[in-house]
Design a protein around this ligand. Structure first.
Ligand code: COA
Length: 256
């Protein structure tokens, strides 16, 4: 595996099953990049879950999302997490906490990992509130019955989920074919500039579209705000000021 592109500096390992990666994970990784120089998204082969996607698929989907972001590496790992972290020359495990319900499991995991290797520290970041209620399982549950989970996962994963469950794309949905965008990454909002009309997002990678289409924003607003997707990258990492909504406009509260 080529680790040469990682800059020397603080390295955090962000492990998970990522079946599949969600925008909650993406948000966590983006924020991890504000603290660490490099973040490795470590996709577990050994997980108590029975994944829908193969290890290879989970890795490839995440790789597509972070293509063009040299500070973020995606790779699979087998065996004990702490052994992998040590092999990787790191001593920080990054994890997200969504709600109190996560705490007990995360506490157990962190303490067991600490028991196994005392020098490895687990660092927790709170998940942004707009992703509090999502998990890979609930997204799969909705997608499996044809529910539209657009905006909750990056665009490439949205397409994969629909394919996996045999649902065609909704009529009139503007699908990112990955053809546009200079340099092959970052979403350009097409006709829809910031605050402008809804545009066809010709994002070069799923990352711009996935973040730029923005969670709970109505599709028209999401497309307009995604115009800055290409600018979400600074210094080889994700723009710390980009909250995934194209900047400027605060995220809307989830509507149920
Ligand atoms: N926003 C939204 N959802 C989030 C999130 C965020 N920021 N962070 C986590 N989640 C969700 C995930 O989607 C996932 O949902 P799911 O349970 O429906 O699949 C859930 O929270 C937690 O998943 P994830 O963060 O992917 O971690 P995990 O619990 O699947 O991963 C490993 C566990 C891989 C870290 C653990 O099994 C492991 O270390 N395995 C290696 C073997 C090992 O060392 N075992 C001993 C451990 S002591």
């Amino acid at each position: 595996m080529d680790h040469a592109r990682e800059r020397v500096g603080r390295l955090a390992i962000y492990p998970g099953t990522f079946d599949p990666l969600t925008n909650g994970h993406v948000s966590l990784i983006r924020r991890g990049c504000q603290i660490f120089d490099n973040v490795v998204v470590a996709v577990a082969a050994d997980t108590p879950k029975t994944p829908l996607f193969s290890l290879d698929e989970r890795v490839r989907m995440a790789e597509d999302v972070f293509a063009g972001h040299p500070s973020i590496t995606v790779e699979p790992f087998t065996g004990l997490l702490v052994d992998y972290v040590e092999r990787r020359g790191a001593n920080v495990i990054l994890r997200g906490l969504r709600a109190v319900s996560d705490f007990e499991y995360e506490f157990q995991l962190a303490l067991m990992n600490r028991k196994l290797k005392r020098h490895i520290q687990t660092v927790f970041l709170m998940t942004d509130y707009q992703w509090l209620y999502i998990s890979s399982t609930i997204i799969k549950a909705a997608a499996s019955l044809g529910g539209d989970i657009k905006g909750l996962v990056p665009e490439n994963i949205y397409r994969k989920l629909r394919e996996k469950y045999g649902y065609p794309y909704p009529l009139g949905d503007d699908i990112d074919l990955g053809l546009g965008g200079p340099g092959g990454h970052g979403g350009k909002g097409g006709a829809g500039g910031p605050g402008g009309l809804a545009g066809v997002g010709s994002a070069g990678s799923a990352f711009g579209a996935g973040l730029g289409n923005g969670g709970f924003l109505p599709r028209s607003m999401g497309a307009g705000l995604s115009a800055e997707g290409d600018d979400a990258l600074r210094n080889g990492c994700l723009d710390p000021d980009d909250d995934g909504y194209g900047g400027g406009t605060p995220p809307m509260a989830p509507t149920f």
